[in-house]
Design a protein around this ligand. Structure first.
Ligand code: ZN
Length: 253
């Protein structure tokens, strides 16, 4: 059976001396892998037809027994050449793709993922390696998985959280907990300041990565946010991508 779809190239590996395995986030089939036979031969028809971070139209023969399909045709639609010259943005793009790759459990098709990655890569091309784009992206990955931090009500008893000097946040319970519940819980709790809670709320309700750039955290706030969300992602998505640390280090050089 032959399928055709739009797809973003998120990972390229060697399969043999001449072939590639390419992982794609597709518009219609979720995360898939294709074998591109002869891709590394000098006269291959596929040379120049795909690269990391590009959106392509792909035509492939489906193979159901191992989810490793056979590429028939591939045509670039959005090449995003800016990543070739802006290595800081490329480091963030690599992390964005890696996070999708690692959090696509069982290759379940989640249509929101495709739009999320596409718009975020475009935002990196347009605006460079912006911290707010990365923060927005991470919160939306969690949101798409139904794991967004609870920020307005206590995750234990549900009461509305009111303003006070500091808040308690439970990684295990997935958000803010009230002082009454924090005295009873056995889970590890973290104290967060009102400005960090406000940042989380702002990014969580912002609808696009471009709009997220209007939120300008201080360096101290950025560090606090990264630490909190890094722990949150590791715990709830059960992954600890090395690419996150590399992306942060490279994009802030
Ligand atoms: Zn409570």
């Amino acid at each position: 059976m032959i399928e055709k779809t739009e797809a973003i190239c998120i990972k390229i590996s060697s399969f043999s001396k001449t072939s590639h395995i390419v992982s794609w986030l597709t518009d219609t089939h979720g995360l898939i892998q294709t074998v591109i036979k002869g891709a590394q031969r000098p006269k291959s028809w596929f040379i120049g037809q795909y690269d990391l971070f590009q959106t392509c139209e792909i035509l492939f023969y489906t193979r159901s027994y191992n989810n490793l399909h056979i590429m028939k045709e591939c045509t670039p639609l959005t090449q995003r050449d800016g990543f070739r010259t802006n290595w800081r943005s490329a480091a963030l793009a690599s992390y964005f793709c890696d996070l999708i790759y690692r959090s696509s459990f069982g290759n379940t098709h989640m249509p929101e993922y495709y739009k999320l990655l596409s718009t975020s890569l475009d935002a990196l091309i347009s605006h460079g390696p912006d911290t707010s784009i990365m923060s927005w992206y991470e919160l939306n990955i969690l949101l798409t998985n139904g794991l967004a931090p609870t920020l307005n009500n206590c995750t234990s008893c549900g009461i509305t959280i009111t303003d006070k000097p500091n808040y308690t946040f439970s990684i295990q319970q997935g958000g803010i907990i009230c002082s009454n519940c924090s005295n009873k819980t056995n889970s590890n709790i973290i104290s967060i300041t009102p400005d960090i809670l406000a940042l989380l709320r702002n990014w969580q309700r912002t609808i696009s990565p471009a709009a997220a750039r209007n939120i300008k955290p201080t360096r101290k706030q950025t560090l606090a946010f990264r630490s909190l969300i890094g722990i949150f992602i590791t715990y709830h998505l059960d992954i600890n991508p090395v690419s996150r640390r590399a992306a942060i280090e490279i994009s802030t050089v």
